[in-house]
Design a protein around this ligand. Structure first.
Ligand SMILES: *[C@@H]1O[C@H](CO)[C@@H](O)[C@H](O)[C@H]1NC(C)=O
Ligand SMILES: *[C@@H]1O[C@H](CO)[C@@H](O)[C@H](O)[C@H]1NC(C)=O
Ligand SMILES: [Cu+2]
Length: 590
């Protein structure tokens, strides 16, 4: 009844690394390390003839870790947190062999990649794949569709990414096409995250009960590249094992330009990023190169990425790098949370001591009399940087005319039956069947979708879709669309009025995760040219659990014609392992 076709390519393509090249590369990096004993992070890899396939082997295990000094259960890829980075060149394809050594299912999403021609590898159970059962392997193999820049991967099964399954994806633009090739000398990746001392199991059990009244779990801590120091006297519950943690340290040479690739891989918190006594030049937003702007600090919401250039032109000493958690958008202010997450920047020759530099606040919780905030918009609410100041370097006209305009209203309410507070998009709280994903259902042209799947079909190739996201209540929601980058054509307070609200119509910013302000709106547009099942959801991971999710079935006929790779179809045959409800949603409906 279903037409199943093997994936067109790549699964069996050989790994093409000429052995002499890797030996030369290894020697070269060794020499580099010896020359710059202080600068221990490697230079970006040398460019080789692209495109080619790069293969990664991942083993997913559950273990314990103490990234900020507090030991807790985590799940990791190759025992690393953040997990292994995927670094490739423009045009390369990627193969990731996942060995699921957990005793629960898993799946992975490649945030920022479009999965063009590979829609079944986008990683969302219930939409484009069935979960990878425990004790089995699954191979993701996908192209990168001319995408470049700073992206990330994370688990998309239940809330697993909060428990450790995150990592960077960097797609290098070769010198011929990188407009910033002369603007920086080296680069570093900086993964910023909120962090919880309890695993998501107990946090969710409370969050998804009537008692929480919809108040989300609040972070205990934050991490920069998986490190921080937590004050052990404040650990709750007090019986958690706590030892002194350590901070990330960046060794920089004076008078050099560093591209910092910033990723917020957290569950909920937005961060304001800054480096004491330095300005930052923003050059990339979610993979889109932009006309550079100079800032003192930069807000980064969950799921978003930026690249900034830091020039080490200040007095050679040590400075704090800060990621300040946006307290205005947490549901409450925990007394044991230090919202300022620090890392050290050490100039060569700047001495070994801890930095003494002063930012907008002294390290520690802001006190009365501290310097005034330098980013009042972020301080009051976790807003994105001013939309009108961010424009792509490669201009693209406003996408028009609109073929389909959709209003999507975000609300939360307690269910009258079970008294559990859930999130709703246009009065639908999402629930899908992880073992019968939409992409599989779509193979049968007459199958209908359930209301709770919240499917919207887009039938016409190249039609322009506009989504007006309305957020009448308090609290920001960073919304992410799979399968596309979109134009952000309006973002503001109040209600969007067609024809009245001023549009960001000239060369609008293109990105894949945009914040919907509280009591406000954001309007995005994209072109339907990518057959697939694409999720649109809040990237506050707690809100994913509670239903703030919908999906587009884009070009269903073309999608059907693509069929499904054999291994993807096979994942769905066995059905859920023992203990997992077939019809999940994430919240079992009473
Ligand atoms: C999964 O992959 C790993 C490494 O690639 C391999 O060692 C292992 O045998 C595979 N397991 C299964 C069940 O195929
Ligand atoms: C729903 O739960 C809240 C919080 O526990 C409680 O105060 C309220 O009385 C409950 N309402 C109903 C109708 O059960
Ligand atoms: Cu949200």
């Amino acid at each position: 009844m279903q037409r199943l076709q093997p994936s067109k390519r790549r699964i069996s393509s050989p790994v093409s690394v000429a052995p002499w090249k890797s030996v030369v590369g290894l020697l070269f990096s060794l020499i580099l390390i010896l020359l710059q004993a202080e600068s221990i992070q490697a230079e970006p890899p040398a460019f080789t003839e692209s495109p080619r396939n790069r293969i990664f082997f991942w083993k997913v295990t559950s273990t314990t870790l103490a990234p900020d000094g507090v030991t807790r259960p985590v799940i990791l890829v190759n025992e690393k947190y953040p997990g292994p980075r995927i670094e490739v060149n423009r045009g390369d394809s990627v193969t990731v062999v996942v060995e699921n050594a957990l005793d629960v299912p898993t799946s992975f999403h490649w945030h920022g990649l479009t999965m063009r021609d590979d829609p079944w590898y986008d990683g969302v159970p219930g939409m484009n794949q069935c979960p990878i059962p425990p004790g089995t392997n699954f191979t993701y193999a996908f192209g990168t569709d001319n995408v470049v820049g700073t992206h990330w991967w994370h688990a998309h099964f239940e809330n697993q990414y909060i428990d450790g399954l995150v990592g960077a994806i960097i797609i290098q633009d070769p010198p011929e096409t990188n407009p910033f090739r002369l603007a920086y000398d080296e680069e570093r990746t900086i993964v910023i995250s909120d962090w919880y001392h309890l695993p998501t199991g107990p946090l969710l059990a409370h969050y998804l009960s009537p008692e929480s009244q919809g108040i989300e779990p609040v972070p205990n801590s934050g991490l920069i590249n998986g490190k921080n120091i937590f004050d052990c006297s404040k650990v709750q519950p007090a019986n958690l094992e706590c030892n002194p943690g350590e901070r990330s340290v960046f060794h920089f040479l004076p008078n050099r330009r560093y591209r910092l690739r910033l990723i917020n891989s957290g569950a909920a918190a937005a961060f304001l990023f800054s480096i004491d006594e330095h300005k930052l030049q923003v050059i990339e937003v979610d993979g889109t190169d932009i006309n550079p702007i100079l800032v003192d600090s930069l807000p980064i919401n969950t799921g978003q990425r930026y690249s900034v250039i830091l020039t080490t032109n200040q007095e050679p000493k040590n400075y704090w790098m800060r990621a300040e958690m946006g307290m205005a958008c947490l549901p409450n202010t925990p007394t044991n949370l230090d919202p300022i997450v620090l890392a050290e920047i050490r100039y060569q020759g700047g001495g070994k001591g801890e930095p003494t530099s002063v930012g907008r606040f002294q390290p520690g919780t802001p006190k009365k009399g501290d310097p005034a905030p330098i980013n009042p918009a972020f301080e009051a609410a976790c807003l994105d940087p001013d939309l009108y100041s961010l424009h792509p370097l490669q201009p693209q006209p406003l996408l028009e005319p609109i073929s389909k305009s959709i209003r999507v209203q975000i609300t939360f309410k307690a269910d009258p039956v079970d008294n559990i507070t859930r999130g709703y998009l246009n009065d639908i709280t999402y629930a899908g069947n992880a073992w019968r994903p939409t992409i599989l259902q779509n193979l049968d042209p007459v199958e209908t979708f359930e209301i709770a799947q919240h499917v919207m079909k887009i039938d016409k190739r190249d039609s322009i879709v506009q989504i007006i996201l309305e957020n009448p209540h308090g609290g920001e929601h960073p919304f992410h669309l799979h399968g596309h980058t979109f134009q952000v054509i309006a973002q503001g307070q109040g209600v969007y009025e067609e024809g009245k609200t001023e549009l960001n119509a000239i060369n609008p910013l293109r990105r894949d995760t945009a914040t919907i302000p509280r009591h406000g709106f954001a309007v995005i547009r994209f072109k339907a040219d990518n057959p697939g099942v694409w999720s649109l959801h809040c990237h506050i991971e707690w809100h994913v659990t509670t239903g703030l999710v919908m999906q587009f079935v884009e070009l269903p006929d073309e999608l059907r014609a693509l069929g499904l790779p054999k291994q993807s179809a096979k994942l769905c045959e066995a059905g859920p392992p023992k203990g997992f409800k077939a019809h999940t949603g994430f919240v079992p409906k009473v």
